[in-house]
Design a protein. Structure first.
Length: 517
């Protein structure tokens, strides 16, 4: 059990506490609010629900008479319980607490009326009169997995500059607004006011290793994926030195996994194209120019981590590329066919790719940011040149063939890129690199572009199948036809003829869509 006391908490600071709790909340959480009548339990509950709903104007009635009130918020369902009128502890089962925790979170006022029937893992929030009238003493007590989470919560509030609560006891005065994230474990919030308005909070707890799948290593190790904030810090500083626009880091807590970053705005490339706010060719050419400029900066094997040692920049080698391509046979094939890939067909697939990886290993090593595409690029038109392109989500950067990032951009998984625009910007990139240095081998680069395009799109087809079948995120499936159009372009390269025959044989054009059932 862990506890934390915040003294002299005013009502606005209590609302801020609720918003902070909403930011860290996740499915299965129970937040138990106790205190005398008028202590502020309902105020805190409303703040949590308003923050989850993203709408401070939504009416949140007290469930004193209904005992439970439910809300469908964009992030997860919320059940608000008031157990003051509960006849007996056993009645809580009839109110649907277990179902509420299975689907979302539960906020429980008067939890003591439930006796010992509340889950052992929960966050208790006790509000007490501190004798000063306009403020309260708030005690947070973490049970079960909330013991470690409470410590991180306190660290987060300290980092964002919580100043209220007399004596600096962390009654945070910042206002957080949750930002919808991607498929990763990271979460983000925008600081709207407080000591650092206009900053972005990144919350990235270190993740435990998954199951070993090869040579005693989990997928994240084999694919060289970052597992905490340290690689982000190291790569951000290196890319800034190379002239790219990346979020500057204003404050950090490496051990707990929190960073305060520049807010580069909301003008994501994909949304700019979707709304017609900016011409796609303008955006994609600026991003191509940034990649050309990046070729002036060699990719080092190690980078310093400010305040935390050193980060090894791994090579994007055969092992990492292979484990990614095999996502196709591990996830897409079973989702499409309803069974595992036959051993002989898998062996042929692995062997054909192994031949390609031998050729790719001959390419010069350069920066490979790995996710240089529309969701991670922001338009900053008030700046000049390549500074107009804001780059985020680069913590998995490696050393490998430079063509990887170009094909990530020009064969965007989430936004259509016309073949004509792709070809024009490919030429633009080659001309730009040729003008900056001697010895650029366009033929070798063309092969690498096609091979890495096939490798990347193969990987993403497998990832989107995994997100649908394992995680229930079916929205990603509508991108798969686009990925196959790119794959058809890539596999037309003469040196990929063997792979093309394998793909055409097993995934003909009229049989590529995963059944939703």
């Amino acid at each position: 059990m862990a506890s934390h006391v915040i003294d002299r908490v005013t009502e606005p600071q209590l609302v801020r506490l609720g918003e902070d709790l909403a930011f860290v909340a996740r499915r299965g959480d129970l937040i138990a609010l106790s205190g005398e009548l008028g202590a502020g339990k309902t105020t805190l509950a409303r703040a949590i629900i308003h923050a989850l709903a993203g709408n401070k104007d939504e009416e949140i009635p007290s469930p004193t008479f209904t005992l439970v009130q439910t809300y469908a918020t964009p992030r997860m369902p919320v059940a608000h319980f008031d157990l003051y009128r509960l006849g007996a502890p056993s009645e809580i089962e009839e109110l649907g607490l277990d179902l509420a925790l299975k689907n979302g979170i539960a906020i429980v006022e008067w939890p003591e009326h439930a006796g010992a029937l509340l889950p052992a893992s929960r966050l208790e929030v006790r509000l007490d009169d501190n004798g000063e009238g306009a403020s309260r003493r708030v005690t947070l007590i973490g049970h079960g997995d909330w013991e470690a989470r409470l410590k991180r919560f306190v660290a987060m509030r300290s980092l964002i500059g919580g100043g209220g609560g007399g004596g600096g006891t962390n009654g945070a005065s910042c206002e957080l607004r949750y930002l919808q994230g991607d498929a990763s474990v990271r979460r983000y919030a925008r600081l709207l006011r407080g000591p650092r308005p206009g900053a972005i909070l990144m919350d990235w707890p270190r993740q435990p290793d998954g199951p070993a799948i090869r040579n005693g290593l989990p997928y994240s190790r084999l694919a060289h994926l970052a597992e905490d904030v340290r690689p982000f810090v190291a790569v951000a500083n290196a890319l800034h030195a190379a002239g790219l626009t990346v979020p500057r880091i204003h404050a950090q807590d490496l051990d707990n996994g929190f960073l305060l970053l520049d807010d580069l705005g909301d003008r994501v490339f994909g949304r700019e194209v979707e709304t017609g706010a900016t011409d796609q060719a303008t955006l994609w050419q600026a991003a191509t120019d940034a990649l050309v400029a990046l070729q002036d900066a060699p990719a080092p094997q190690t980078l310093p981590v400010a305040g935390g040692g050193e980060h090894h920049v791994a090579a994007y080698d055969r092992g990492a590329m292979a484990i990614e391509t095999e996502l196709l046979v591990d996830w897409y094939w079973p989702a499409l066919r309803g069974g595992v890939v036959p051993r002989q067909e898998r062996a042929e697939f692995v062997g054909l790719w192994a031949e390609v990886f031998v050729e790719l290993a001959k390419m010069p090593a350069a920066w490979v940011l790995r996710d240089y595409h529309s969701p991670n690029l922001l338009w900053l038109p008030e700046r000049q040149g390549i500074a107009r392109v804001g780059v985020i989500d680069f913590q998995d950067a490696m050393r490998g063939p430079a063509a990887y990032d170009l094909v990530s951009l020009l064969q965007d998984a989430r936004v259509d890129v016309a073949p004509e625009l792709e070809a024009a910007l490919f030429d633009h990139y080659c001309a730009g690199v040729t003008a900056r240095r001697t010895g650029f081998d366009r033929d070798a680069f063309t092969f690498a572009y096609a091979a890495l395009g096939a490798q990347r799109n193969t990987k993403i087809v497998g990832i989107f199948a995994r997100l649908a079948k394992r995680d229930g995120k079916f929205g990603y499936l509508h991108h798969i036809p686009r990925l196959w159009r790119y794959l058809d372009r890539d596999l037309s390269h003469p040196q990929l003829a063997g792979l093309k025959r394998w793909y055409d044989r097993h995934f003909p054009a009229d049989a590529r869509n995963i059944p939703l059932a």
